[in-house]
Design a protein around this ligand. Structure first.
Ligand code: F6P
Length: 564
């Protein structure tokens, strides 16, 4: 990668005066958007059955590959024309330029005036990327080396607890991006983990969460990783304080904190204030968004579980997808294809949700992880220059592993009244080779995508001899779109590829919608109000309440019942 020095293009200027956001076009007024709207009208009644009948090779024509991922998007309601129009739209939105701008380290997160450089977290050692005068890749590798040394010491037993015992329970305390990523990856890569280490994740301020995590823990053998980009998040600080009290009550010596607590943060001051020696802190940078951070020091718990070598394999997988995204033409660019197909449904077919259905139990936390990645990034209703959008942006993202979901919510996807596009993720080889299971799992995956696409007509149902009164009930309309992502095996590298695929999909959609995918102001109002309400719930006198009549009444009722 040849990358150059980038100065902050807009520091200190009003957002509306900055070249990169002022005079932003409304994408929905472009001729490319209008062409798609007209095309959608023409395609309204076209069924996947017809598209497959028209092209006998559709199932091998509409596929793409990136690193180890084989992506079959043929069971989507798209034609070559649809894809060409969508690619025109992406070009009009300046996608290629914005990809370059992100990789170069420009401050594309305009409302926070920051670069967006999670791709630098997995750039190979020696790659040159200087941003705002700082060699960011050198910084990344310096932290990775410190993390590796620490992880090795914990894994080998060289780093012990205060009383000299080996640390076998790693408790990551964090929330949002400081929890969802490491937790998802630790579960996903469990077959690669050291069985002598138990990984536990505490996120919720609900005391039940930490109570459960500490219930059967031995303080002498427990290491706490306090992960928080800001180190001000109330849930994390509250849980960290509780953990500290628990440890000190058991070990009775302040000096124990240095052996049992490490921090992952961008805020050394707050870490020191909390009482963690900054020598035991692993840093990252403001150009890593929380939801894009688990391949930074935020992944320390993952690295301790699976070892530095596997962690680096995971980073190499991320990087392989980064390179694909940066260099592949739009027509074969997998994150771009998935993003554009999503836009087709969201903006031109009135679709509201997107399901992610991994046929792999180790990916059980993957949909939850993607929820933050996608919904916190693209849950926006103004464009980068602050203008309200007049079109839909991010969908509701959700999912569960197959086959469990088949016995829960698939009924609605098959026969409900709304279209639910879904990504099915499968693997050729399982982690645990137990006779019969994996082929049966894969048979279900393939059966579902076939059934969703082609359905079963009333004639076919009648031909089975079904009584006329039941024909309508047993008919499947089909035409439900799915994308199938297949990889040889869920390795650390493949996990990195999958995550980077979705990161870049979300980025591409944000570019087309003209929004800033990298801030999250929407989470702030609730935090402010919670800080106001907390003392009102516990005040000993009768506080004057200035909320609405519903909130006031609920506060009074809660106070009364807590006191009785
Ligand atoms: O409140 C939302 C959020 O800011 C997320 O974006 C972030 O991942 C999470 O809180 C945790 O933040 P931190 O890592 O600073 O504790």
């Amino acid at each position: 990668m040849a990358l150059s020095v980038v100065e902050d293009p807009g520091a200190g200027t009003d957002l509306r005066e900055r070249d990169d956001v002022s005079g932003q076009q409304d994408i929905s007024t472009t001729s490319q958007w209008q062409a798609l709207a007209a095309h959608a009208e023409q395609q309204r009644d076209v069924h996947l059955r017809e598209l497959f009948a028209a092209d006998g090779d559709r199932g091998t024509n509409l596929v793409a590959e990136a690193a180890d991922l084989y992506v079959d998007y043929s069971k989507n309601r798209v034609t070559d024309e649809t894809l060409a129009l969508l690619q025109d739209l992406a070009r009009t939105a300046g996608l290629s330029e914005r990809i370059e701008a992100m990789f170069r380290g420009e401050h594309i997160n305009t409302t926070e005036d920051r670069a967006v450089l999670h791709t630098a977290l997995r750039a190979p050692r020696g790659t040159n990327l200087v941003v705002d005068g700082q060699d960011v890749v050198a910084d990344v590798h310096e932290v990775l080396d410190r993390m590796s040394a620490f992880a090795e010491k914990v894994r080998s037993g060289e780093w012990t607890g205060h009383t000299g015992k080996r640390l076998t329970r790693i408790v990551n305390i964090g929330i949002g991006g400081s929890d969802l990523g490491p937790k998802m990856a630790t579960v996903a890569l469990q077959p690669y983990a050291d069985p002598a280490i138990t990984s536990v994740f505490v996120s919720n301020v609900d005391g039940d969460d930490i109570a459960r995590a500490l219930a059967d823990a031995d303080p002498e053998e427990t290491l706490f990783i306090i992960a928080s980009k800001t180190f001000t998040t109330i849930e994390t600080i509250t849980n960290a304080r509780t953990a500290r009290t628990w440890l000190l009550e058991a070990l009775g010596d302040e000096a124990a904190v240095a052996k049992h607590f490490v921090a992952v943060s961008t805020n050394d001051e707050r870490v020191a204030e909390f009482g963690i020696d900054t020598a035991n802190m692993f840093g990252f940078w403001d150009w890593v968004g929380g939801r894009y951070s688990y391949d930074s020091a935020v992944g320390l718990s993952v690295m301790i579980a699976i070892g530095p070598e596997h962690f680096r394999e995971m980073l190499a997988g991320f990087h392989a997808m980064d390179e694909h995204f940066r260099t592949a033409p739009l027509e074969q660019n997998v994150p771009v294809l998935l993003a554009l197909i999503g836009i087709w449904y969201r903006n031109f077919q009135g679709v509201a949700t997107h399901a992610v259905l991994p046929y792999n139990q180790y990916l059980s936390r993957f949909p939850a992880y993607l929820q933050q990645l996608d919904m916190e990034s693209n849950g926006k209703s103004v464009t980068r220059d602050g203008t309200p959008v007049d079109y839909q942006t991010g969908p509701v993202v959700w999912g569960e592993p197959g086959t469990n979901g088949q016995h829960a919510f698939y009924q609605l996807i098959h026969q409900g009244t709304q279209t639910v596009p879904a990504d099915f993720i499968g693997f050729v080889h399982p982690a645990d080779e137990i006779p019969h299971h994996h082929d049966l799992l894969t048979a279900n995956l393939l059966a579902q995508t076939e059934a969703l696409a082609f359905g079963k007509t009333a004639e076919e149902v009648r031909a089975d001899g079904v009584a006329e009164g039941l024909v309508a009930h047993k008919t499947f309309a089909g035409n439900s779109p799915t994308t199938l992502i297949m990889a040889p095996r869920l390795t650390p590298s493949v996990l990195g590829q999958l995550v980077a695929l979705y990161e870049h999909k979300v980025f591409t959609q944000g570019v087309v919608w003209g929004i800033n995918s990298f801030d999250q102001w929407g989470v702030e109002l609730g935090k402010v109000l919670a800080n106001q309400i907390a003392p009102e719930l516990t005040a000993t006198d009768e506080p004057e309440l200035g909320h609405d009549s519903s909130t006031n009444a609920l506060i009074r009722r809660y106070r009364e019942q807590r006191r009785s």
